[in-house]
Ligand binder design. Structure first.
Ligand SMILES: [Zn+2]
Length: 210
């Protein structure tokens, strides 16, 4: 904890004064253009891998980068998606999974989660992805986990389309969805390509979108 507090002290002393103008502008409003939904994993830092400044990304992070389908009792993720789309009018939503994801590994390896009932319940929002991934042949466990990470991004893209605010924005042509998977070891990103419904290198296909 001491490291975290020391980090804040450095921020206050060195970083903040150097960027005072930016923070003054941000003090009275935000106009992020994108909603970025990723895992809570400490190794996947949206602002770092996309090189965004404060004020540029509206972010949701949770275990497994999951977006529950819209339902009669919307929770925190649904409210945050709605605020981003209906109020902030973001033009793009990125759902970004990542390699070595603990949540997706637990699903893909059928790990017992009885000691973590909340996690067990939460990961049911990835059931569609689990069913599809289990129906496929995988060369080994690593392949099965990588497949789960990718199927989960696709499933959560399907889930987010059930949100009224998202459905409306998509129908009006004011919103674009993106499905990404970040590889921790190589720093590369694969993006879901609408034309082929396959993941392709974002570096080689920078305009990939759905
Ligand atoms: Zn994860």
């Amino acid at each position: 904890m001491r490291d975290i507090i020391n980090g804040f002290l450095r921020f206050q002393q060195d970083v903040f004064p150097a960027r005072k103008a930016l923070f003054k502008t941000l003090a009275t409003g935000q106009t992020p253009k994108a909603l970025f939904i990723s895992c809570s994993d400490s190794r996947m830092v949206p602002e770092l891998v996309t090189q965004r400044e404060p004020g540029e990304l509206f972010v949701i992070r949770n275990a497994g980068n999951i977006v529950p389908s819209f339902g009669p009792e919307p929770g925190g993720v649904s409210a945050t998606v709605e605020y981003a789309v209906a109020q902030l009018k973001v033009t793009d939503i990125v759902i970004c999974g990542h390699s070595d994801c603990g949540a997706m590994t637990a699903i893909a390896t059928c790990a017992c989660l009885d000691h973590m009932p909340a996690v067990k319940h939460w990961l049911h929002y990835a059931d569609a992805a689990r069913m599809i991934n289990e129906s496929k042949n995988h060369a080994n466990e690593k392949d099965r986990i990588n497949g789960m990470v990718r199927e989960n991004v696709i499933a959560q893209l399907n889930n987010i389309r059930t949100h009224p605010s998202v459905a409306l924005a998509l129908a009006q042509g004011g919103l674009t969805l993106h499905g990404w998977v970040y590889d921790i070891e190589s720093g590369s990103i694969d993006a879901l390509d609408a034309a082929t419904n396959k993941f392709v290198s974002l570096a080689q296909h920078p305009t990939s979108k759905l």
